[in-house]
Design a protein around this ligand. Structure first.
Ligand SMILES: [Zn+2]
Length: 540
């Protein structure tokens, strides 16, 4: 990959991160970081939080340097609200750490956080993302951040002063006196919720008194207390300093004035003696074609939903080819077919040695990591073709193989795996019922009887030409029949009149074969239907 240096955004960030790491922490592993809150389904859009540092960390590893990609699970965050579709009785857990909330009904996982982490962990493994998971519950409850917490509390007036620089412009009415500000929130020892108020703190003894809305109250020594956490705007910069993070991107929402990124950038140095990471802002990732998805999932796809219908390299490519500041969409609708065409065409360009350096870099990041290549489909038949074949055969394996053998010389279905399975899931999950292809069982006699002599002649020409049973042969045939009928050679240049005649002929064939005015590409459809059945359905 060395020759791809400076050819794409990933390389440029890797250069910057490496030189910054040499300056800040020479000789130590380079640290990139992501953070995710398992407060509910982890949206496919949030995958950018992991993929951006992953690609940079992977490039650093490809260059032979040691790099840790920390994935911080914010599982010690409070449970804020009960998502739609969950038993409303879960409201009693609002305010508890996510790891103290029971998993949703029917789940086999130990708690709420584990339940929502699990599908992402599986997806990241499939995507070839190598990372070090960090549970913030484990960190906080084991006292790992003890010194940092005591520092933050000692420096609370200074932290409050930084926060108030941004607070001034906002609601003056909600202004808090500096001595009220406390950057550490205890979880109640009785009810486990964070509905607590710190009522007294002694800097000498670290004795902290709190009361809870449940009525409980106690005095603890903060120097020994492991059931509470720093508030988010203090917690994040504390971790940058604690972990020595050099690269951590974040979403647009973190970058407004007074937001965690901006405030954190000041606190990390002033309070914790660290430095803010290099942190590009990444743009929103949208989804198309989700309207058809089951509403039981709230219409919010997770990475596993994308990997059900597309191979891991394609999903990696979507992230690798766009700079973090560029937004893009992940397609669950017909657009996925065009996306796959583009991907295959890039693959051919790469194989022919004709890809531009940035295209080649994105391709290589998609198909492999520093650890090696990701699983690939050995015989990558076009996704749209596979989708059509599966649609027509309703997934029947023997018929599928017969068609793919005729179409493209496929000898065994293993050759087209895993892509075939993904296309099959796409047809099952995302192809609307009214767009599914139903090949007619018997001829449409009424329609056949209504046809004129010319149309019957065209259908006979078609039936007689079915001997060249290849995709090329059938393509030439369907375009050629209207020409032959007009007394022209099959290789005659199409005139506007001829194009109109061809469209009329195609519509007739669709109506006779699948009872609709449109359908999958005709040569593919003919091949899928089979010569004998085509002859029967066109009455020739
Ligand atoms: Zn309580």
């Amino acid at each position: 990959m060395a020759d791809s240096a400076e050819t794409d955004w990933v390389s440029r960030f890797a250069d910057e991160v490496i030189s910054e790491a040499e300056r800040r922490a020479p000789g130590k592993p380079i640290v990139c970081a992501s953070g995710l809150s398992p407060s509910g389904p982890i949206h496919l859009g949030n995958l950018r939080e992991v993929m951006t540092p992953h690609l940079v960390a992977d490039e650093i590893r490809r260059r032979g340097l040691e790099c840790r990609h920390l994935l911080s699970w914010d599982d010690y965050d409070r449970f804020r609200r009960v998502p739609a579709g969950i038993d409303p009785s879960w409201a009693e857990h609002i305010g508890k750490p996510l790891t103290s909330v029971p998993a949703p009904p029917g789940s086999t996982f130990a708690n709420w956080a584990e339940h929502f982490k699990a599908p992402l962990v599986t997806a990241l493994a499939e995507l070839g993302v190598e990372y070090d998971p960090i549970s913030q519950t484990e960190q906080y409850t084991s006292g790992v951040y003890r010194e940092q917490i005591l520092t933050a509390v000692r420096e609370r007036a200074g932290i409050d002063a930084v926060l108030s620089r941004y607070r001034l412009k906002q609601a003056a009415e909600s202004e808090q006196a500096a001595d009220d500000y406390f950057p550490y929130k205890p979880y109640c020892d009785l009810c486990e919720r964070d509905l607590t108020t710190v009522t007294a703190y002694d800097d000498e003894t670290t004795e902290l008194a709190y009361t809870c809305e449940c009525g409980f109250g106690e005095t603890v020594r903060l120097a020994e207390h492991d059931r509470g956490k720093l508030v988010w705007k203090v917690d994040w910069p504390m971790r940058w300093a604690y972990e020595g993070v050099i690269f951590e991107p974040s979403g647009v929402d973190h970058h407004s004035p007074g937001s965690a990124w901006i405030v954190g950038g000041q606190l990390v140095g002033e309070v914790f003696g660290g430095q803010q990471p290099i942190g590009p802002m990444y743009a929103f990732v949208g989804i198309t074609g989700m309207a058809k998805m089951s509403s039981s999932k709230g219409g919010v796809p997770i990475p596993a939903d994308a990997l059900e219908i597309m191979e891991a390299p394609l999903l990696r490519w979507l992230y690798a080819r766009r700079k973090p500041a560029q937004s893009f969409k992940i397609a669950f609708d017909q657009e996925i077919q065009r996306l796959y065409d583009e991907w295959d065409s890039l693959g051919r360009k790469v194989a022919a040695g004709q890809a531009q350096p940035a295209e080649l870099a994105a391709y290589n990041r998609a198909v492999s990591t520093a650890a090696g290549p990701l699983p690939a489909t050995p015989h990558p038949v076009a996704y749209r073709t596979l989708a059509s074949v599966v649609d027509i055969t309703t997934g029947h394996a023997e018929q599928t193989l017969r068609i793919l053998r005729d179409l493209d010389g496929v000898e065994a279905l293993d050759e087209v795996a895993p892509r075939l399975g993904r296309a099959q899931r796409w047809v099952e999950l995302h192809l609307p019922a009214d767009q599914r292809t139903r090949v007619r069982e018997s001829p449409d006699q009424e329609l056949l009887d209504s046809l004129g002599q010319d149309e019957h002649k065209a259908l006979r020409l078609l039936a007689d030409g079915l001997d060249d049973w290849t995709l090329e042969g059938l393509t030439a045939l369907v375009y050629g029949v209207p020409k032959l009928q007009a007394g022209l050679p099959v290789d005659a240049k199409p005139t506007p009149e001829m194009k109109t005649a061809q469209r009329a002929f195609f519509t007739l064939l669709y109506r006779l074969l699948v009872g609709s005015d449109t359908g999958p590409r005709l040569p593919t459809l003919l091949m899928a239907v089979g010569a004998e059945r085509v002859r029967k359905l066109v009455g020739a």
